[in-house]
Structure formats: C-alpha cells, structure tokens
Write a protein that binds this ligand. Structure first.
Ligand code: NAD
Ligand code: AKB
Length: 318
C-alpha cells in the first residue's frame, strides 16, 4: 500500500481498538492515529495532534502522510452532547464536512463515518427496527447523526464520494473507556463488578438497548470498508445488530461468574435518551450486501469481557 490511513479521534473508545486492528493488517506506519490532544500513555509514533475542526491542519496531515482513507471518529456522544448542544452540533457536523470535502476534491478517496442507533426516536418501531423507518430523533446527538447520514448519501450521489457508514449500537470493550454515551453503563458495570462487586446503574433495570461487543464492531467496520464499492448499496448508513439486553439481564450474566455481584438502580437524565431509542435492530441489509453477521452473544461477551478485564484492571492498579 503506497498511501496511508488516518484515524481521527484515535484516543477514544473505538479509535483505540480500531487503530490496533488496522495496524495489524496494514502495518504501523500506514495507520496514522490523530486526536485533539496527545494520548497520555500510548505510543506517539505515527500520531498527529489534530483538531478536526481546523481544515488547514487536517490538509497538512493528509498531505504529509499521503492519506487516502479517513476514519472519522471525533464526536460528542449522546449524554455529553445534551450538556452542550451547540458545540455538539458544530463538532459533529463540521468535522464531517471537513472530511467529506477532502473526498469531494479528490484529495482522499474513501471515508468511514459512524452513525448510531441514536438516529431513531420515540416514534420509531422499537423491536427489530428496520433500515428504513420513521426517524424523529429527540437528542442533539441523534439529530446530528441523522443529518450526517443525509449528507453522506448526498456526497455519494452528487460527487461520487466513496463514503461508508454503520449505525453502531452501544459498544462494549475492555481495552478503552467509553466517552459520554447513554450505553456506557454496559462497560462501567464490568469495571464495578470486578473492582467493587456492586454497581449503581443510571438506567432502569428493564431498559433494553441494542449493544455490540467491540471485536464484532471493529470487524464490521473493516469488512464494510473492504467490500467492493458496487456492493455497498446503502450510502447513508447501515443498521448493525449485535446483542440486545437490559441492565438486569447483563447483571444476571455477570453473577454467573461473580456470584456476589449486586446491582442497584438510580435512573438519571440518560433514562429519557434510552427510552427514545430502539430495543433491537434488524440488520438484514448489511447481511445481504456484505455478509455481515455478529459472533458474540450476551454469554460469550460477558465471559470474554471478564476474562480480559481482570488482568487489565490488575495491571492499572500496580
Ligand atoms: P469517544 O468519545 O470515546 O472518542 C472520540 C475521540 O474524539 C476522543 O478521543 C476525543 O478526544 C476526540 N476528539 C474530540 N474532539 C476532537 C477534535 N476537535 N479533533 C480531533 N479529535 C477530537 O467516542 P467513541 O465511542 O470512540 O465514538 C467514535 C464515533 O463512533 C463517534 O462518532 C460516535 O458517535 C460513534 N458511535 C460510538 C458508539 C459507542 O458506543 N462507542 C456507538 C454509536 C456511534
Ligand atoms: C451513546 O450512547 O451515545 C453511544 C451511541 C449508541 O451512539 N454509545
């Protein structure tokens, strides 16, 4: 490969794991990590400090490394965005325009941009939510993702920009921490179960949400990006489904491994966001177009999370 790949927002929950996986495939020097601030403890080789809102900085990094593919991960997530709606709008939208415009001008030739289940709203059918359905998101984050999807499709249709996107569900992994979403409880619960044996959940016990284990999400991202362009029929964003569960159900699964674990519930403002989202997703278009299939279920994810998180937390303590 002569060119390189740029990951924007590489220090975040997804970026940390995506960079690692892309580097296994393409080599360290071909995958440039970038974030608004330097990561504290990781390797600074092939890292660029970059504010995605600064077009000039972005262009310099792209030229310097002969970047042809960009994975744009910088954003404010649902809970953080509600606290600063105007800034969330600015970051989530302008970052997308800055990257799409590079592709429109043929400086780069491929873009990955993540959407979310947050594009759906209270009027969307909640069970097995289809690809095409009512979308009236009630959060600023959801509105930014829905509009972002429209712009992706527009740039594809008007300017032939090869942009690809997934509507990620809530993501769960042990290698990185989540950055301010409503589904973050499903990561926090593991940390608290292992460290303290107890967790106070900010959602009610029966709140079912679509979730996915990070290895499945990373695989889906790379599989979609490697699919021949003519097979990528959806240029807004693909529904993507992994596992659906409630806080009570995941707590029960954790108890099978840590029997003394206990959970209590103290819903906060994130409950209203969760209540506006689907409970499960139908992703048959992703299966049809690029053979997508998730591998992990609640049991296998919980076992793998605990097996891998225990040594990580032990190491962080020392
Ligand atoms: P995150 O908050 O963990 O990471 C985002 C990263 O972007 C952070 O490291 C942050 O420092 C960086 N960033 C913020 N402003 C920046 C700027 N101006 N310039 C450069 N970098 C900047 O988020 P994540 O969970 O890794 O999510 C990545 C993307 O995936 C987002 O678009 C998010 O909406 C989407 N998504 C995530 C989930 C999930 O569960 N994690 C689910 C659905 C969609
Ligand atoms: C959030 O909760 O904001 C994210 C998402 C589902 O987009 N995890």
């Amino acid at each position: 490969m002569n060119h390189s790949i740029l990951v924007v927002g590489s220090s975040g929950q997804i970026g940390t794991e995506l960079v690692e996986e892309l580097r296994k495939i393409y080599g360290n020097s071909k995958v440039i990590a970038s974030d608004i601030s330097k990561p504290s403890n990781s390797n600074l080789e092939f890292f660029e400090e970059l504010d995605i809102l600064n077009k000039e900085q972005l262009l310099n990094v792209v030229k310097k490394h002969n970047v042809k593919e960009v994975y744009l991960l910088a954003a404010l997530l649902s809970a953080t965005a509600e606290k600063n709606p105007k800034f969330a709008w600015e970051l989530n939208m302008n970052s997308l325009f800055n990257v799409l415009d590079l592709a429109k001008d043929k400086i780069i030739n491929k873009v990955f941009w993540p959407s979310s289940i947050a594009v759906f709203g209270p009027t969307t059918p909640k069970i097995e939510t289809p690809q095409l359905t009512i979308m009236e998101p009630s959060t600023v984050y959801g509105i930014s993702k829905q509009v972002g999807e429209r712009w992706c499709e527009y740039y594809f249709n008007k300017y032939n920009v090869d942009v690809r996107s997934l509507r990620y569900p809530g993501l769960i992994g042990y290698k990185s921490s989540p950055g301010g979403g409503t589904t973050d409880y499903a990561v926090d619960i593991f940390h608290h179960a292992i460290k303290r044996g107890a967790y106070e959940c900010f959602l009610q016990k029966n709140t079912a949400l679509p979730m996915m284990y990070m290895p499945d999400a990373i695989r889906a991202t790379i599989e979609l990006m490697n699919t021949p362009s003519e097979n990528v029929k959806i240029r807004s964003s693909y529904n993507l489904s992994g596992i659906s569960f409630t806080p009570e159900e995941i707590a029960e699964e954790i108890k099978k491994i840590i029997p003394s674990f206990s959970i209590s519930y103290k819903p906060d403002f994130r409950q209203q966001i969760a209540d506006s989202w689907p409970q499960s997703i139908n992703d048959s278009e992703a299966n049809r177009d690029w053979n997508w299939q998730a591998k992990y279920n609640l049991k296998t994810m919980t076992e793998d999370m605990i097996k891998n998180l225990v040594p990580v937390l032990k190491q962080n303590k020392n």
